[in-house]
Design a protein. Sequence first.
Length: 438
Amino acid sequence: MVPRYSRPDMTAIWEPEAKYRIWFEIEAHATEKLGQLGVVPKSAAKALWDWWGTEPAIDVAAIDAIEAVTRHDVIAFLTWVSQQVGDEARFMHQGMTSSDVLDTTLAVQLARSADILLDDLDQLLAALKRRALEYKFTPTIGRSHGIHAEPVTFGFKLAQAYAEFSRCRDRLVAARAEIATCAISGAVGTFANIDPAVEEHVAQALGLAVEPISTQVIPRDRHAMFFATLGVIASSIERLAVEVRHLQRTEVLEAEEYFSPGQKGSSAMPHKRNPVLSENLTGLARVVRGAAVPAMENVALWHERDISHSSVERFIGPDACITLDFALARLTGLIDKLLVYPERMQKNLDRMGGLVHSQRVLLALTQAGVSREDAYAIVQRNAMKVWESDGQLSLLELLKADPQVTAALSEAEIEDKFDLAYHFRQIDRIFERVFGAS
């Protein structure tokens, strides 16, 4: 993780001390159930929980020192706990394997990370909804291939983003449910040396579902789905960030990132106001998406397990979650403070001499009895004159002077096809679909 792109609540989930605390809870809950089953003395769990009740500090350095000798992180942790608790600690880990601890811990960390990300999405959705309603009927030009197409509203653009991130939220809810499973099934997953009731007890204590069948590890298709979902969310972030970057270009300048007092855009050019947040979000999205392919490659492990997935997940778990958390928060702030310029939007809309209304004239001519081929040729012929004049000519005036057009349509009928409000007749209906009847 890079501190520059990290936020404390998410980072805390992935700190070594937090990881070891989850390890302890898994071991203690398992020992507790083993005591109830009569496999180990009940006093063993009591000793563990009594020590835990003192809110002990986790000595990460001491555990690392033991691991330097054992070359095994779980054994190092168990050894350190034994040194703190005493003789009763020998009953920890009965019938368990290291992956029971590691995989269940990762499930807890990813589920807790997902909860933060869901809250991030809720805040982003609230900002998008507020700004979409604010600019619900603010005219702007819709573009395809980067070229003027037909009028839309700026609120309509933001409503699109709201709908997209609503889908992202639904996917993350599903991905969280899929990743939040517990496996305490022992070596190769057969429960040969531990009762399934232990797994059920630990799962309930940690708020996880029971993994229906594990090998020695939780199946990695679950993790692949989780990180793929994070990648899709990152792509949606980039899509909106790229839109802002385009709108902020000098030639467009319909919206731009908030530029705070004292902010500098360039070390060389004092006039610069660059879309640095949006560009940063594009880069962060690449990092998050970069976790998806390694997670998918982790699915194919040898037989009941190998550890080729382990090193990968030590990177992508914290990096993807921490980076996406930061990116969502940054995007929320960007949208919340986005500077919007309706007058510039209208100016750009009008820039090409009414070309944006060409389809309505085309349709009117066909409805008046002109073949589609001839109607297209008539409108395009006039539109190209406007295009080549760089908007200095008026499509409306050219059409009113074209005998082939006036033979089919009256002057009033032609002018009616240049009514901007016509394009926004269904905006209320679209907003109701996106935001609900309210």
